[in-house]
Ligand binder design. Structure first.
Ligand code: SF4
Length: 583
């Protein structure tokens, strides 16, 4: 499995055929984020629309995938329906290990199938099946049917879309093995535009682990760090929802469409409450001993007098913030119900919740009426939101279809730009201040995980612009290294650069291990170059007024600091993307 090139399966849906390509670049692009940018550079069309059938949909793993704990993610790359530019979305489940055991470093899908289709790939398998009968089916129903159709349970990963992806909503996610997602920037719509309802990756190959003591000893050390020290405890224990109460306490939790940064009734949806009242069990991505995935239960009466069925719904900080705090839905079970509806439709729950929070305020202000929203939207009204999420997922009318293209697109038509909580895309669940707002607004994925701006806001007291920008650049670079391996970013305190080098040495990637710093810089630049080539202009990003009115534990936001920071980071991104610096 150790090789100095990438082994890439390219599938053309128009013909149903695929071919293996061996592509150079292991020592310069590593894998994951680096490999995805390399492949898009070779096979993508920066000047054509995202819907062009020839645009590639890329799934890439890294050189450490499957060898060490938490090296369990896949980078999905595509031209995004949300902003028409190059984008990455990261997901886990069994997808990473399935690609590894299918003996592939990447899967690239081009073309458009003639009929709604289901693609199965493996080390010795490639099949494109007509599944027109699944078109229109929910993510859950599709999963149930596909699991019966594909063997190899435990060794295969099933990626699928729901009605939102079929309708080409820019908020459509790709569901991975039920409880994980390629969530943001509309990967689900890319599959929908390709007539691709689902993909099964079958890990039907096997390979030997590295010989000698070095690998085994290193694996044991890392395994002990992530299971026996307190490093990863918060992720397994309460999970990311531990942040809900913490952020609320310091006035940094976006609530009620960011009209507030805390809510006195937050106790109904904190991580502690979810654990006490709703938690059924934890589960994990393949290759991860941490198990941060928390599954709550929803009960439904299907017959009198006391006949119930229950379903499992995954929850995290970001979904709780978006469908709970932002909508003032402050009951854990009601939040789970909204999450389940969004999951069935194949909607990204963060984008959907933030978009509906804007719609609610626009409704209150008279910019929208029931003619558009079909039901009166009111903060806290979970019943109304249950219907609204369905409408958003299926694109019931012009309004919901437009909102599904992004909150700003709807605000351009109906008004309400000032209170659209959009930082490049619908905001993440942190209202910590200037550095986070700039980080998400300009960040490569417009994700709270691009760099730790939310953490910087909480730890640093001063307002040194140069220091803050340097932090964003260096922290992004460190994360790019990990997303090229491809590690779960929750393990970023474990996998520091020296340890990553040890891991690469242990499995045999010695040249890569020796040059990690320059490789990370190269990939960081390459990603930005690809992004700008497909149309991203960091200078045109606007941070809506609502963010400038935010009050946190530090007091009112400093708009002057925010503006200078934004200009300075914009400048830095342009410098990083300069072609002559990509050597
Ligand atoms: S920590 Fe959670 S998201 Fe990360 S690999 Fe483990 S189970 Fe998956």
């Amino acid at each position: 499995m150790i090789r100095d090139h990438f082994r890439v399966l390219k599938v053309d849906l128009s013909t149903g055929r695929g071919q293996i390509e061996e592509i150079d670049g292991r020592d310069t692009c590593a894998g994951g984020s680096g490999l995805a940018a390399l492949l898009f550079g070779r096979m993508g069309f920066p000047d054509r629309t995202w819907e062009d059938p020839e645009q590639p949909l890329v799934f890439a793993i890294g050189p450490l995938t499957g060898y060490f704990p938490l090296m369990s993610k896949v980078v999905c790359a595509f031209k995004s329906p949300y902003h028409g530019q190059y984008a990455e979305s990261h997901g886990g489940g069994r997808s990473a290990l399935s690609l590894r055991f299918a003996d592939l470093d990447a899967l690239v899908i081009t073309g458009k199938a003639k009929r709604p289709s289901f693609l199965t790939v493996g080390a010795r398998k490639l099949e494109l099946r007509d599944v027109h009968y699944l078109w229109g089916k929910s993510v859950q129903r599709t999963g149930q049917m596909l699991r019966r159709m594909v063997g190899g349970s435990g060794h295969r990963s099933i990626l699928r879309i729901g009605p939102a992806g079929e309708n080409r909503s820019a908020m459509a996610c790709i569901n991975v093995d039920t409880y994980r997602h390629f969530g943001r920037l509309g990967g689900g719509a890319v599959m929908g535009a390709k007539n691709l309802k689902a993909i099964a990756i079958v890990g039907d190959e096997s390979f030997d682990l590295p010989a000698g003591k070095e690998y085994g000893q290193l694996f044991r050390n890392i395994y002990e760090q992530v299971t026996e020290t307190s490093m990863m405890d918060k992720y397994h224990n309460l999970g990311t929802p531990i942040n809900v109460a913490l952020l609320n306490k310091i006035q940094a939790l976006p609530c009620r469409n960011l009209q507030r940064t805390s809510d006195e009734a937050i106790s109904g949806i904190t991580g502690e409450t979810f654990a006490e009242r709703t938690l059924l069990r934890n589960t994990a991505c393949s290759g991860c001993p941490v198990g941060c995935i928390h599954l709550g239960f929803l009960r439904e009466k299907f017959s009198e007098p006391n006949q119930y069925l229950y379903r499992q719904v995954t929850y995290d900080h970001e979904p709780i913030f978006a469908m709970g705090a932002m909508l003032s839905v402050l009951d854990a079970f009601q939040v789970l119900r909204l999450l389940e509806i969004a999951e069935k439709a194949g909607l990204d729950v963060m984008s959907a919740g933030v978009a509906l929070a804007w719609a609610t305020e626009a409704f209150e202000k008279g910019l929208l009426s029931e003619k558009e929203t079909l039901i009166p939207l009111k903060f806290g009204d979970a019943g109304a939101y249950a219907q609204a999420v369905k409408h958003l997922g299926t694109g019931t009318n012009d309004f919901y279809r437009l909102l599904g293209q992004g909150t700003l697109k709807a605000a351009e038509q109906y008004g309400g730009m000032d209170f659209a909580c959009v930082l490049g895309q619908e905001m993440g669940g942190y209202a910590t201040g200037e550095v986070f707002f700039v980080s998400q607004a300009l960040g490569f994925r417009h994700s709270h995980l691009d760099a730790g701006g939310y953490s910087y806001d909480q730890k640093q007291k001063g307002k040194d612009v140069a220091q803050a920008v340097e932090f964003l650049v260096q922290d992004e670079k460190a994360r790019v290294l990990l997303t090229s391996m491809v590690s779960c970013l929750f393990a970023r305190e474990v996998y520091k650069e020296a340890l990553v080098a040890d891991c690469l040495n242990a499995v045999g990637y010695r040249t890569l291990a020796e040059n990690l710093d320059s490789v990370a810089s190269r990939i960081q630049k390459m990603r930005w170059q690809t992004r700008l080539k497909t149309g991203f202009d960091p200078g045109s990003v606007k941070i809506p007024e609502r963010f400038k009115q935010v009050v946190t534990w530090k007091g009112p936001l400093d708009t002057n600091y925010l503006d200078i920071l934004q200009r300075s980071y914009t400048q830095k991104i342009r410098e990083m993307a300069k072609p002559e610096e990509n050597n």
